[in-house]
Structures are given as C-alpha cells and as structure tokens.
Design a protein around this ligand. Structure first.
Ligand code: CU
Length: 443
C-alpha cells in the first residue's frame, strides 16, 4: 500500500468508524460547495485495475476526491468498506454487503451518487465481502453463567444501576477496580473483540438494525455479570445529555479520566501521541490499560473530546426521541425514523443520541473497538436506560419489531442473537431481554 493510501486508511482507522460513520454530521458533514459545471466524472477503476482488495483508490470529482475502500487490509472497520468524499463517508456497507448512502449529497449531486454506486457495482465481488467472523476463545468465566443459572432468570433483588454521579466513593472504587481486574485477566478484551467483530458483521444485527437495543442489552448484561463477579455492584450510567464537562463526572481522575493529548500545531497524523489519555485509571502511563484489540497498532487509550462533534445530544433530543411511539418499522435499517433509529442516532442525520456520545469522545470511541474505552459501557447503559424509560412510558406498544426476521441482519423477536448463541452457547433473543425489571432497574 502506498504512503498516500496508507495514510488515508490510517486516518480512517484513527478517525474511526463511529465518528466518521456518524460523522456526516453537524459541523463536519459534507458542506455542499456552490454547484459548478460538471466535468464528466473520472471512471473508477474496476477490480482488475489499480484497485485490488485491501486498497483504497481515489479519483477526482469536481475538485473533490472520491475514495473507494473495498477491502480491509488495514484491519477491521466498516469504513474500510466505504466510499468517501473528501474523507467523509458517502456510502458505507450495511446489511448483507449492501452499500447505503450516508449523506444526502445526492440531492445536490445526483451524478455523484451515481458515481459512487457505480464504483461499488464495479468493485462488488470477493473483496467486498466481510471476512468470516473471528472471535478469540471464550474466557472460561463466560462460558456458563457464573451463578450457575440462566442469565435471564429473575433475581431475588434486581441490581440497581445508578447515575455515575450518584456513586459513593467506595462504589466508584469498586467499579474501577472491577474494570481493571477484568482487563488484567483478559475478560475485558474479549468484550472488546466481540463488539469489534459485531461492528463488521452486519448479519448479527448489532448496529443499524432493530436489534441494536436488545443486542447491546444482552452484551451489557453479560458484562455486568462479569463486573459483579469482579467485585462491582452494578454498571452505572452516564447521562451524556447533561454531563458534558471534562473534569466533572464521569471525566474525573477517579472514574474515566480526562481528554486525550493534542498538540494543535501538529497534524494529527504526525503526532504519534495524538489522543493519548493522560489522566485517570486508564491512562497508558499507569500500565494498567494496554489496548490490544484495535484497528491499528496504537496500544494506548485515545480520546479526542469535542473536536469532531461539539456536544452530545441534550435533553431536547432525548425528549423528542422518547416521543416516538413506534419501536421500529420497515425497512428496519440505519435511518428508519422510529424510536430505535432516533436512539441509535442515525435517523437524526447528524450526530445525535447514542452516536453523538461516541463521536463527542472520539478516539477509540469512534471505532468498532469502542469498548476499549470504559466510557462505552457508561454510554450504552444510558442508552439502555432511555429504552427502559420508553418501555415504561408506552406499556401497550410492541417493545420490539419485527416479530419474525425479514432478512439477515434483522433479527426477529425470537431470533437467537449472535455471537452469544453460537460462540458462547448462550441463547438470548430480543424477547428474552425485553423485561429487564427483575434483572436490574435504573435509578
Ligand atoms: Cu455497539
């Protein structure tokens, strides 16, 4: 791979999936320049040309660059399978290897979307197929429920998930200690690997799909079980709609630590230390938090708070999301304008809700391996709380749709979720996680 392509790909890996995927957004989306007379777009070379699997190819388009990345030589990541305009995603791969358009650039430039579709069509083939799912060995502790009973069996007393700001000092300590213990024995990195694989395995339906909420609920339940096993009480949540200050909870030295290192005078790519988290229990300097599952070879936790997206969604977005009575509806994809699509964030067509929390923190949080940052779990715990609040608000509507799976990547109510079912021998379906109240409650 030549230097230019490698740098572009690295920028992808670094700039990352979520931020860029979500990143067709506020303040950093594609700002349409004044329409110019159109020269014929350069044809994008086919698979036999300079574009071979794993390589990105760039062509000019009215003074912009269109980059087509068909393969994943640089590692995993949805955006390695994308068409980008000036490094902003135009189309990314979603369900069943389909490329979907991210920006509404087609309204301004219909021929640009044609060009992008053409590029995808030409490149379609083995190089566009997702690699077979790979997971590391399942740690022994995760193979059977540590309690010896079903993971979805009711508890005598449900676990209480609190706002992270409401944790006592001892609770903060036991939460952080449990994270460090899971990191130390490899369980934590297993969770990172599961999520990273889910991010590039659209058939599992963990993202851009109705199963986004049940999948992450199951994943969090499993993670919380491990945390409790390691001495924590429960998974707290981070209300990103109100807690948006670095230096305040949860971005304090006794919880998540602060922002990443940034030298404004240097181009991000020229600074090997760019984004390194320097404070708190997960800073590289502690030696306790080596990043081992990643899209590149940087082994330190990175953040880039507020530089890509200025703020996570606020209370108004939370209110409007909760206002949608319908859980999901056809075509059950990324932007479906129903509750799930708004909570996942895509339906807003700017970084919002779940996605805005990822994109606001940036760094590892903007990639498929986002659970490298413990902020991931606090974000998803809040996302799950919003789902729980919505369920309580609309007790009589269906809390999941569709009932039966219409296509791969869109699990039905009783479809066992992957990779839990096949890789971990844990059968969990959307229906089985709908009623969380005897497992855990939010306070
Ligand atoms: Cu996720």
């Amino acid at each position: 791979m030549d230097v230019v392509n490698r740098r572009a790909a690295l920028r992808l890996a670094a700039g990352g999936a979520t931020a860029v995927v979500l990143g067709a957004t506020e303040g950093q989306g594609f700002a349409a320049p004044a329409p110019a007379p159109a020269p014929a777009p350069a044809p994008i070379p086919g698979p036999d040309g300079p574009t071979s699997p794993g390589w990105c190819t760039t062509v000019g388009y009215r003074g912009h660059t269109v980059t087509v990345c068909p393969g994943d030589k640089m590692g995993h990541g949805l955006l390695k399978k994308a068409v980008l305009l000036d490094d902003q995603p135009l189309m990314v791969m979603a369900h069943g290897g389909e490329f979907i358009s991210i920006l509404n650039a087609h309204e301004t430039y219909p021929d640009l979307m044609d060009l992008a579709r053409d590029a995808v069509r030409q490149l379609h083939g083995a190089s566009l197929q997702a690699p077979p799912a790979r997971l590391p060995d399942v740690p022994a502790e995760l193979q059977i429920p540590s309690s010896g009973r079903s993971r979805t069996a009711p508890r005598r007393r449900p676990v209480v998930r609190k706002n992270v700001a409401a944790l006592s000092r001892a609770e903060r300590e036991s939460f952080v200690d449990a994270l460090l213990a899971l990191k130390d024995d490899g369980r934590y990195d297993f969770f990172v690997a599961v999520h990273q694989q889910a991010f590039v395995t659209p058939e599992w339906g963990a993202h851009m799909s109705p199963a986004f909420l049940p999948w992450h609920r199951a994943y969090l339940n499993l993670f919380e079980e491990q945390l409790r096993d390691a001495g924590a009480r429960a998974l707290p949540y981070w209300d990103w709609s109100r807690q948006q200050t670095v230096g305040a909870v949860p971005f304090t030295d006794d919880l998540l630590g602060g922002d990443g290192y940034h030298r404004p005078e240097l181009d991000d790519e020229d600074d090997p230390q760019e984004g390194e988290v320097l404070t708190g229990p997960f800073a590289a300097s502690t030696g306790n938090w080596p990043v081992t599952v990643s899209e590149d070879d940087r082994d330190f936790l990175r953040r880039d708070i507020g530089r890509r997206v200025r703020r996570p969604s606020g209370p108004a977005d939370v209110r409007s999301t909760l206002g949608h009575r319908r859980y999901d509806k056809p075509p059950f994809d990324r932007t479906t304008p129903a509750f799930r699509g708004y909570l996942e964030g895509w339906a807003f067509r700017r970084a919002a809700m779940h996605g805005s929390a990822h994109a606001w923190i940036g760094g590892n949080m903007s990639t498929g391996s986002s659970p490298n940052d413990p902020a991931f779990f606090l974000n998803h715990s809040y996302v799950d709380k919003i789902w729980a609040d919505w369920q309580a608000r609309y007790p009589s509507v269906r809390h999941y749709a569709p009932t039966s799976s219409p296509s791969p990547g869109v699990p039905g109510l009783d479809t066992p979720l992957e990779p839990f079912h096949s890789a971990m021998k844990w059968t969990v379906t959307p229906r089985m996680v709908l009623d969380h109240r005897r497992q855990y409650v939010y306070r």
